[in-house]
Design a protein around this ligand. Structure first.
Ligand SMILES: [Zn+2]
Length: 162
């Protein structure tokens, strides 16, 4: 069973999906310097930003239940006796693609985008039955509940009263 560098896996994928921050309206991939910081922190190379964005957007669509065709990415690996490792120069999008293939194979349904339309933060669902819908129950989950509650109250107020 080939192994990959420990930095790779669901966390890398989730972090990569979250380079797009919908709530803040910020995209790390719009900014070369910011992307470089991100890549260094994750121990991957930068590669082409437009390609990275295409891969990210496809993956976001994919984990959100859509179908997406991944752009071709080039994978640079170093093989040792018992493992396959990605080289440090591996571009972010290639490393992420490798994570998807090697590390969380079959568990992609656990990577989700928050159901709150104004959030859409990516997270890895570690709940036992895989039923988590919000990035954070404390933030988006409660916000959603409050909204549903207000909507119900609103309906009651609009309806005929006794
Ligand atoms: Zn959220």
């Amino acid at each position: 069973m080939p192994t990959i560098a420990p930095a790779l896996g669901a966390e890398l994928l989730v972090d990569f999906l979250n380079t797009l921050d919908i709530e803040e309206g910020a995209d790390t991939l719009d900014d070369g310097a910011a992307f470089e910081v991100w890549a260094n922190r994750h121990g991957v190379g930068m590669g082409d930003r437009a390609e990275a964005r295409a891969v990210r957007d496809s993956l976001r669509a994919l984990v959100d239940g859509g179908s997406a065709s991944l752009p071709a990415v080039e994978l640079e690996t170093a093989c040792s006796e018992r493992s396959v490792e990605l080289t440090a120069s591996t571009a972010a999008q290639a490393a992420v693609a490798a994570s998807v293939i090697l590390s969380i194979q079959g568990r992609l349904d656990r990577v989700k985008l928050c159901h709150a339309d104004d959030c859409r933060w990516a997270f890895y669902d570690r709940s036992r039955n895989g039923s988590r819908n919000w990035c954070s129950m404390g933030v988006c989950g409660n916000r959603q509940k409050a909204r549903a509650y207000r909507a119900r109250q609103g309906d009651a107020a609009d309806g005929p009263t006794g």
